[in-house]
Design a protein around this ligand. Structure first.
Ligand SMILES: O=C(O)CCC(=O)C(=O)O
Ligand SMILES: [Fe+2]
Length: 420
């Protein structure tokens, strides 16, 4: 994740320049940037647009699934409402203390993308956020901070809370590599960092099979048990999207299902497939690895394809919590103009079929978009007395939980296995 630099920073306000010189410098910088960006791919252009702070981005083309949202006619025409499977035949939703969502969406021209807005109710969202911090961001699950610190065995959040309540004596977290300043022989890290200081610097935690980010492959020898509640959540979602699809009225004869959405044939652009049906047997779905991403307001996640899994057929399930993000997804080519959409707290995205191999990223987290039910209002605290410190953290945060099946159904994982 990188932090975008404001456009024209350092240029406009150099006081030793006259106004005219400043204007000229700005103009020249813009021209240089224009020339540099001329070779940008379609995907890069869109990312750059949403990352821009000056000027702020134009959000007209960001697809919004909320009922009555002011989508452009071109975007609105792509939305295909999908009736989800609400049977909950394995009781996964009931097990989560949640009711199965009823309404999902697919997007024409982006077959395999299934979005379930508001998939999780406020109380379930709060429970997930608390669990991410208290239960999952805890060793031996790896986090980005392990490269720099000896993080507390009880987890950063739990340590921070115990220090805050006076239950534990405040102690600095040991840094295991020198700070850049020390390397240059200048000075030591000025103040010792506490668990509380490090919480906003948490960026990711891996679940189940741990991931080697530099080699871009899983460590297969020492899988951690996959957290059962997150596994259950992913299974619940995969059950909900069982057999969803849309079919053009005069399209090829796809096997019928009561849940297919039928489109008038005229609605389908001539050069696109006539329909798409998601077929992945939920009985063969095993959640085996996951990433929890923690974004602060200025973080972004560059375009990438998640391709380290042997199984690229199973849906990748991705849940958003906290502040709203702009999610961008295309296909396998950076030259294809991607689709941009809002992901709000509680929304779930499934990348299935061809979308499982698609480039995607988060160019922007939108500040001050935390829903009221995640703030510490009296009403929320009356329902959830311990929410206050989580609300404070979530003010500037977005959390994403994403879950993957690593192996094909017929391939046994290496010894050690994982919790079903
Ligand atoms: O934050 C998100 O919504 C997407 C995360 C993602 O694509 C990933 O972790 O691979
Ligand atoms: Fe991803």
């Amino acid at each position: 994740m990188t932090t975008p630099k404001p456009a024209f920073a350092n240029t406009a306000f150099q006081s030793h320049l006259s106004r005219r010189q400043q204007k000229k410098a700005l103009f020249e910088k813009a021209a240089r940037e224009q020339a540099g960006y001329a070779n940008d791919t379609a995907f890069r252009r869109v990312e750059r647009q949403y990352r821009s702070r000056v000027p702020p981005p134009d959000l007209t083309d960001v697809l919004d699934f909320r009922p009555g949202a002011p989508n452009t006619p071109a975007l609105a025409a792509r939305i295909v409402p999908i009736a989800l499977d609400t049977e909950d035949s394995n009781g996964y939703w009931a097990g989560l203390g949640a009711s199965p969502p009823t309404q999902g969406y697919m997007v024409r021209s982006f077959p395999g993308l299934v979005v379930i807005p508001g998939c999780f109710a406020p109380d379930v969202q709060r429970r997930l956020i608390k669990d991410c911090l208290r239960r999952y961001a805890v060793p031996p699950a790896k986090s980005n901070l392990d490269a720099l610190y000896l993080t507390p065995p009880e987890g950063l959040w739990n340590r921070y809370k115990r220090e805050e309540t006076g239950e534990a004596k405040p102690e600095p977290v040991t840094r295991i590599v020198p700070t850049p300043a020390t390397e240059k022989g200048k000075e030591d890290e000025p103040t010792a960092v506490t668990a509380g200081d490090l919480i906003p610097r948490l960026r990711w935690v891996t679940l189940g099979y741990q991931y080697n980010w530099s080699a871009k492959e899983y460590f297969l020898d020492a899988p951690q048990p996959f957290p059962a509640p997150i596994g259950q959540l992913a299974r619940a979602v995969v059950g909900s999207i069982h057999d969803v699809g849309y079919v053009a009225a005069d399209g090829p004869d796809l096997i019928s299902s009561p849940r297919y959405t039928w489109l008038p044939s005229s609605a389908e652009p001539a050069d696109e497939p006539a329909g798409y049906v998601h077929r992945y047997d939920p009985a063969g779905y095993v959640p085996e690895a996951g990433v929890i991403n923690f974004y602060q307001a200025r973080d972004s996640l560059m375009a990438h394809v998640d391709r380290s899994e042997q199984n690229m057929e199973a849906p990748l399930v991705s849940v958003s919590l906290g502040n709203t993000a702009i999610f961008v997804i295309g296909d396998e080519s950076r030259d294809t103009p991607p689709l941009s959409m809002y992901l709000r707290s509680g929304d779930t995205v499934c990348m299935c079929g061809p979308r499982r191999r698609a480039l995607h990223g988060i160019p922007r987290v939108l500040e001050d978009t935390l829903p009221d039910y995640l703030t510490s209002t009296e009403d929320v605290l009356a329902e959830d007395f311990e929410w206050g410190s989580f609300a404070a953290y979530m003010t500037t945060t977005r959390i994403n939980i994403n879950v993957r099946q690593v192996f094909n159904k017929d391939r046994q994982p290496p010894s050690g296995g994982i919790e079903p």
